[in-house]
Ligand binder design. Structure first.
Ligand SMILES: Cc1cc2nc3c(=O)[nH]c(=O)nc-3n(C[C@H](O)[C@H](O)[C@H](O)COP(=O)(O)O)c2cc1C
Length: 445
């Protein structure tokens, strides 16, 4: 049992065929996963068998923009089910697991988002989670009457007001507003209906919402913003946060920073759970696990790898370079300066070609990939939990369903043996799973 007797919270992030860029070609993947409902039923039920807290679906409202030669060799962020529709179907074949999907505050109206997640919460018996994102690409803007995306500052300002409106709409009806009393003839109590009447800089929303108050009061709000504005919004509104630290030191700093900011918003550090991404490659021996990873790496198409490298380096133009050229000196870019510095130093020190660096970057793609036995993976997770680096993990299976099966069948029993993870669900809602309070309505507090 770790310090303080805490247990891990475990989400699972479903990219259709898996998080590894070459996963769609792997024998352990469901090749048409993006539009295969039975695939999602199977993997969601597997995650529930493992007693995981929630499944998570990312989303964007555009086909990813990239060099078409690379894009046509990729399966990720291209064409899939719309996630809230998908989660409604998954709600019918599961009982306990949380169902979280992304919806953008830049390309939705708050009424739509409040309504859909309130409905999903009722359909699922209190298991809905909303991943609040501000979107990142111009490709999304261009599907909604704009040439370019909102500026970073503007989209976060909009997101903050958006979240306020959504939460206000969820409180439209008191929990006990609906009497449905045939004797008195009253369907609802008019005193328990509240009209939001919001008029702000970005939104004007009268309300009330035409869905009763969600079972969880409010569906769980998830976020993954990494910038100053993103962390600030998470401290104010998020209840679970995804992040991508690549070392325990970075994770500890983020954990302390985010939790430390909650007080000024009248919240406690425990009101927000931090879930770093982790992509485990598991086998019963270390060499077998390494072989598994090497096999996936060998399947990466160099054209795809080169494109990913160019993106990570800040959308630089590598088209004039051969794959076997040395990594060139690059000028200032818009990318994360620390990432560019880290990669260019590595390339210089190890004398890497574009092909070699691209393969390394494409295999991990901003994820913390960990190769090892169940006991190695459990040691790693225990270390982070016990040293204030995390509240749990968002598991990113490399190949689906194969890597999720490995995690649930090999790693979860090891975590349970160490008392680091539940053996039964504590309750029936996502809030119960995550250990989050049910929000009191703004009209009753
Ligand atoms: C695990 C994880 C999942 C994410 N899912 C989405 C998503 O579904 N859609 C999206 O537009 N952005 C997604 N993002 C991006 C974040 O919302 C955010 O834009 C990014 O982390 C950069 O932070 P910033 O916007 O504060 O600069 C995700 C990020 C992470 C780490």
């Amino acid at each position: 049992m770790p310090k303080g007797g805490r247990q891990l919270r475990l989400g699972v992030f479903f990219n259709p065929t898996g998080h590894h860029v070459a996963s769609w070609k792997h024998s352990g993947a469901q090749i048409d996963a993006g539009i295969n409902l039975q695939h999602y039923v199977d993997i969601t039920q597997t995650a529930e068998r493992g007693k995981m807290d929630m499944v998570f679906f990312q989303d964007s409202v555009a086909v990813r923009r990239a060099n078409i030669e690379a894009l046509s060799r990729s399966a990720q962020y291209i064409a899939n089910f719309e996630p809230i529709t998908l989660l409604s179907a998954l709600a019918m074949v599961t009982k306990n697991i949380g169902l979280t999907a992304t919806a953008s505050t830049s390309y939705n109206e708050p009424f739509h988002v409040a309504r859909k997640f309130a409905s999903l919460d009722h359909i699922s018996g209190g298991r809905a989670g909303w991943n609040l994102v501000t979107s990142v690409q111009d490709a999304e803007a261009q599907n909604f009457g704009r040439e370019t995306h909102f500026s970073h500052a503007e989209r976060y300002e909009r997101a903050r007001e958006f979240a306020e409106v959504v939460k206000g709409l969820w409180d439209s009806w008191d929990d006990d507003a609906f009497l449905r009393d045939v004797k008195s003839g009253l369907y609802f109590d008019k005193e328990k209906l509240h009209t939001l009447d919001h008029k702000g800089k970005h939104f004007s929303v009268k309300g009330p919402l035409n869905v009763p108050r969600p079972i969880q009061g409010h569906p769980v709000i998830v976020q993954a913003g990494a910038s100053e504005a993103g962390i600030e919004l998470a401290a104010e509104t998020a209840e679970a946060v995804f992040c991508s630290p690549n070392s325990i030191e970075v994770a500890q700093a983020y954990y302390a920073d985010l939790k430390g900011r909650t007080e000024k918003f009248g919240r406690t550090p425990d009101d927000v759970k931090v879930l770093p991404g982790l992509s485990p490659v598991v086998a019963s021996t270390m060499s077998e696990a390494e072989e598994k990873f090497d096999e996936m790496q060998s399947m990466i198409d160099p054209i795809v790898a080169k494109e990913i490298l160019a993106t990570v380096l800040g959308y630089v133009d590598l088209s004039g370079y051969d794959l076997d050229d040395p990594v060139p000196e690059l000028g200032e870019t818009n990318a994360s300066k620390s990432t560019v510095a880290e990669l260019t130093t590595m390339a210089k020190e190890e004398n890497l070609t574009i092909r070699e660096l691209a393969m390394r970057v494409a295999g991990a793609r901003g994820k913390l990939v960990m190769t090892g036995t169940p006991s190695h993976i459990a040691d790693f997770m225990e270390d982070w939990l016990s040293n204030d680096a995390t509240d749990g993990f968002n598991i990113l299976p490399s190949v689906l369903p194969a890597s999720l099966n490995d995690f649930v069948d090999l790693v979860i029993p090891e975590l349970q043996r160490r008392d680091l993870f539940r053996t039964e669900y504590q309750g029936s809602t996502l809030r119960d799973n995550l250990g989050l309070k049910r929000p009191v309505s703004r009209y009753n507090s």
